[in-house]
Design a protein around this ligand. Structure first.
Ligand code: NAI
Ligand code: MG
Length: 354
């Protein structure tokens, strides 16, 4: 069969890593007997600077007809912060009801974590982040801006519906893994949202009696995650905490160039979107110094989301196998440029044993 894939390469290193990841993805499709029909979608800084438009209804409708969306990264020093990140990425997550964000934190064998004591044996967890609510809804006001009386109010929204989707997803995933869910929040300070989260976890847990659950404060998580990742299997958390601790997770697993994510539409009512955790990295764009692993591992999550499990495992294993050979995980020290690494991953897909 053929899957229809919308590709938003985006800005900076976005096109470089996405093209490399697509090479690996096509190879996995070839190996497993299906094909990918890709369509480039022009979104990001270039289009915004050219037309003044970030995201229009026509593009959203066009994206909706695809089986999945693959995104590189958006963001550009010439565009004020927030316009693309909020106007595009957050807007697409909301438009396509991608209520769950999946961020695996796994140290692959042969990859060196910058944190002493972290090994492939003790670092294999998944952060499940609520993806459409919390402080990211954007509501609020800034009164008297630029004066000594300036006051900002930034609203945070938490609904039982989106929280339940997220927590349910976390428990279902934990059941297939090591059967442990950790709620990460700040229930002692953010008491309203915190209570709602804890109640949802307690409710959902009743339906998964084989899955253990516990609780860790978000600030304490910043110590436990790097020093003792082995105590976690599935961590479920809100939008902001999830954003922060998954970047911490990215560091633990070898850096932003290795961290993958999926924005998941649980109901299947719109496409899910797959993207590396990193941004457009303007500091290294155009140099071939970007590690394409994060994009390739996101593409593997995409294949899994499409139901092509074998292809997903092949692409993940091929990426891990190439990573293990790199003298350095980013920059000129990688020994090959981004495009060459994409070719190496694609070649490896054909003979790896997943
Ligand atoms: P960034 O993730 O782009 O870069 C942070 C650091 O990590 C830089 O030193 C960069 O060179 C390095 N890095 C990132 N990806 C790498 C890779 N694949 N291989 C090797 N090194 C890599 O974050 P930064 O600099 O804060 O943001 C740059 C732009 O990207 C901003 O406009 C930001 O808003 C945007 N952004 C977009 C995201 C998205 O599209 N989902 C996510 C995060 C940031
Ligand atoms: Mg982030």
């Amino acid at each position: 069969r053929t899957y229809r894939l919308a590709v938003v390469k985006g800005d900076g290193i976005g096109p470089e890593v996405t093209e490399a990841a697509l090479r690996g993805m096509h190879a996995a499709a070839r190996r497993c007997g299906f094909s990918l029909d890709t369509a480039d979608v022009d979104l990001g800084a270039e289009r915004y600077l050219r037309t003044g438009e970030v995201l229009d209804e026509g593009t959203v409708s066009a994206l909706r007809t695809h089986d999945a969306v693959l995104l590189g990264a958006v963001g550009d020093p010439r565009v004020p912060p927030g316009i693309l990140e909020r106007g595009l990425i957050v807007a697409l997550r909301v438009a396509f009801a991608q209520s769950v964000n999946i961020r695996p934190v796994r140290l692959y064998p042969g990859v060196q974590s910058p944190i002493r004591g972290v090994t492939a044996q003790n670092c294999d967890l998944v952060v499940i982040r609520e993806n459409t609510e919390g402080l990211y809804t954007g509501g609020g006001t800034l009164a008297h801006a630029g004066t000594p009386h300036a006051v900002a109010v930034q609203n945070s929204l938490t609904t039982v519906a989106a929280t339940t989707d997220t927590v349910e997803f976390a428990f279902r995933l934990a059941q297939e893994r090591r059967r442990r869910v950790t709620l990460c929040h700040k229930t002692n300070i953010l008491m309203h949202a915190g209570q709602l989260w804890q109640e949802v976890v307690d409710q959902v847990a009743l339906r998964y009696p084989e899955v253990e659950h516990d609780y860790v404060h978000a600030d304490a998580m910043c110590q436990h995650l790097p020093l003792d990742p082995g105590r976690f299997d599935v961590v479920v958390t809100d939008n902001l905490f999830g954003d922060i601790i998954s970047d911490l997770g990215a560091t633990v697993q070898g850096g932003l160039g290795l961290a993958a994510s999926a924005n998941y539409n649980v109901a299947g009512s719109a496409p899910s979107m797959y993207e590396p955790v990193h941004g457009s990295a303007p500091d290294i764009a155009g140099k071939g110094w970007a590690n394409p692993a994060a994009a390739a591992l996101s593409a593997a999550l995409c294949l899994a989301g499409l139901g092509e499990r074998e292809a997903a495992l092949c692409l993940e294993a091929a990426t891990a196998s190439v990573l293990a050979e790199l003298p350095s995980l980013a920059g000129p020290g990688m020994g090959s440029d981004t495009a060459a690494l994409g070719e190496r991953i694609a070649a490896r897909v054909m003979d790896v044993d997943p």
